[in-house]
Design a protein around this ligand. Structure first.
Ligand SMILES: [Zn+2]
Length: 303
């Protein structure tokens, strides 16, 4: 009998845990969550993860052999410390080592976009609509922009642990400064806050993404239409880099901005202009697992 898969998704506000029977059977044995309380610092985050794992043991009557952990940033493969986390308490910390000491089991870490791509590959839309895909690229376009790469069913971390980190590729100067220290990253242009900033730069008013979209669809707010047209244009331009470099079998787009329908029509038309090919065959799909992808992907890390 195969060992059940234990996964933890470490988020900014919640830490979620799930126990999944196997890759063939994703129906969770248990799913539960706890507050991260990240403002109390790194040691407290470790304490909360341990507390959640102990609760999962008690409630399931099972013991984990290994633990998969989805994190906001990545573990540097050389330094073995965390980096690029927007939950900044984690940066510079040996999270894997500390957790393995605390829990007494091996832990496998991956960033949340990689977990998203992995979950959608094994249990989500890729399995439904592009079965047999060897190279899957997952995009999360929300508050930030992240990317994750899955090759032959496994996360591709890369030499620096930044495999798939497309969100901080240069896209356009107009995006302005990024938190990462560079300017014009994909994230500054395609994230929700990036779209809101652009709308504000034309109109002087800050609107929610939902309102900008609604105004664009109503057709009477030229600035909103321009904001969404710009999104579609740059979505195609940014995704062309992925297709020209990796030529994946399928691309899955999650996050709040990923829900905007026009990127699948006008955005793909834009991709057609920038791709080094005379047609676009790669399916660009919406995910099917919703918020569950993070914790399920974390569990799939230990399969
Ligand atoms: Zn950046």
């Amino acid at each position: 009998m195969t060992q059940p898969l234990w996964g933890i998704d470490l988020g900014g506000t919640k830490i979620e845990g799930a126990i999944v029977p196997s890759l063939d059977n994703p129906q969770p044995i248990l799913r539960t969550r706890i507050d991260t309380e990240g403002h109390k610092g790194y040691e407290h985050i470790i304490h909360q993860i341990d507390k959640l794992v102990q609760t999962m043991k008690q409630q399931s009557g099972l013991q984990p052999a290994r633990l998969g952990l989805g994190t906001p940033g990545v573990l540097d493969p050389i330094l073995q410390t965390m980096k690029n986390c927007n939950s900044t308490a984690l940066n510079g910390q040996p999270l894997k080592k500390d957790l393995e000491e605390k829990l007494g089991i091996p832990c496998v870490l991956a960033n949340d976009a990689n977990c998203f791509a992995l979950a959608e590959t094994h249990w989500g839309v890729v399995k439904e609509k592009a079965p047999g895909a060897q190279v899957v690229f997952g995009i999360i376009m929300g508050t930030g922009v992240g990317g994750g790469l899955v090759v032959n069913g496994h996360v591709w971390n890369g030499k620096h642990g930044i495999g798939g980190e497309w969100g901080h590729n240069f896209l356009d100067e107009s995006g302005g400064p990024c938190y990462c220290g560079k300017t014009g990253c994909v994230e500054t242009v395609l994230s929700g806050p990036g779209l809101q900033r652009y709308y504000k730069s034309i109109t002087g008013s800050m609107l929610s993404l939902k309102d900008i979209l609604a105004h664009a669809l109503q057709g009477n707010d030229q600035a909103a239409i321009k904001t969404i047209d710009r999104l579609n244009h740059f979505f195609g331009k940014a995704v062309s880099v992925i297709t020209n470099m990796l030529d994946p079998d399928v691309i899955v787009v999650g996050g709040g901005v990923g829900n905007i329908d026009s990127i699948y029509t006008a955005g793909v038309e834009s991709l057609h202009k920038f791709i080094f090919n005379n047609r676009v065959d790669v399916p660009i799909l919406k995910p099917s697992l919703g918020d569950s992808a993070g914790v399920f992907g974390a569990a799939a890390l230990v399969a």
